[in-house]
Every structure is written in C-alpha cells, then in structure tokens.
Design a protein around this ligand. Structure first.
Ligand code: OGA
Ligand code: NI
Length: 197
C-alpha cells in the first residue's frame, strides 16, 4: 500500500501528475464497480448539478457524467474501505509533503456511452478549499477504442491517461487543466478532492 502511495506522490513531485497503476486492489476496484451498478439500478446516480435546472442544463453541456457522493453514513463496507485508504493516503501525504490536508469529498462517476467532460480546472473561483484532485478508475479491459481518456494540459504535448481499473491519478486542483474525452462505452470512476478548510 505504502509503495503505491509513494509511487503516486513521487510521480506527482516529478511531473505534477501523479499516477499509480495499482492504487486500488483488484478486489476493491471490483467491489466499488459493483456499488456503481447497484446505485444505477436503484436510480441514485444523478447528473451533476441537478436541483437547479438552469445550472444542471449548463453543466450537462460541459459534463455528461452522473454522480453519487460517498458518505460514511451510507454504511457501505466497501465504500468505507475506500475512504479508509484515502485517509491513510492523506496521512502519508501530510507527513511527507506537509500539505495540511484536513478534509475530503469523493463521488462515484459514470460516463455513459457518448459522454465527456470538457476542458476545465477543478477549483471553483468562489471556493479554494480543493487542493488536490484524486481520481481512481474502475474499468476492466479498457482498450484504446473505448476512448474516455483523461487528457492533462500541462506541456506543449498533452498527456493522455487511459482510465483502467485500479489506477489513481493525482494533481493540484487549481493548476491543472484537464478534460475527459468522449467515452465509447460506460466509464466508471471515483473522483474526489483533498481539501484544506
Ligand atoms: C472531474 C474530472 C476526470 C476523470 O470529475 O472533475 O475531471 O478522468 N474527472 O474522470
Ligand atoms: Ni476535473
């Protein structure tokens, strides 16, 4: 576990984009994927920004994913295992990089076939609590033709990252411009933010 944490942090320190290919165990990735199937079945995954129709509408042109927030109150043992791992990672990050992270928020995300998320940054203008973005992918057997890559715009040549199961990606929320390319089949992840509040 510690090894994956160090991989993620060291690649972040080297290139501003941390990548660890086996951040999640296969078992945890499978179980979280199953949680998403259950949430979909129960009709719980909602377009981001829903509640205010105008915002939801504008958002949907920007992003086509449906989300559901993780919460300890959901009393889901697999979700808890994921959040425990996040808390261990935060402890490790704070100890090694003096980042002072003291809060987090994560949601499941599903991009249906034909959806994407246009180029953006993750920090809101009105709220600078989000310090780091951490994305974990849950897609088995993802191939190039499936699309849905995360593209990060940092250098002249954008960096393209395939959303394969167990992988985690980590970057600074206010700095890094990124987008999700059109997914040609259902694309699942857990996306979240490490915060200082
Ligand atoms: C986001 C986001 C990237 C991804 O949810 O803000 O940029 O690869 N996600 O899912
Ligand atoms: Ni983003």
């Amino acid at each position: 576990m510690q090894e994956q944490f160090d991989l993620l942090i060291n690649s972040y320190v080297d290139n501003n984009v941390g990548i660890a290919d086996h951040f999640l165990s296969k078992n945890l990735s499978d179980n979280l994927q199953q949680n998403i199937y259950d949430l979909q079945q129960g009709g719980h995954m909602k377009y981001a920004g829903i509640g205010n129709e105008k915002i939801a509408d504008a958002n949907q042109q920007m992003r086509g994913d449906k989300i559901y927030w993780l919460d300890k109150k959901n009393n889901n043992i697999k979700e808890q295992e994921f959040l425990d791992k996040v808390e261990d990672f935060i402890d490790h990050l704070n100890q090694t990089c003096y980042t002072g992270i003291n809060d987090y928020e994560f949601h499941y995300a599903v991009y249906g076939q034909g959806s994407a998320y246009k180029k953006h940054r993750d920090q809101f203008k009105t709220d600078n609590n989000r310090k780091f973005s951490l994305i974990c992918y849950l897609n088995d057997d993802w191939v190039a033709a499936d699309g849905g890559e995360l593209v990060i715009y940092q250098h002249d040549k954008p960096q393209t990252i395939s959303p394969t199961a167990q992988k985690a990606v980590f970057f600074k929320s206010d700095e890094m411009e990124h987008e999700v390319l059109l997914a040609n089949k259902c694309r699942m992840s857990i996306t979240g933010w490490l915060k200082r509040v």
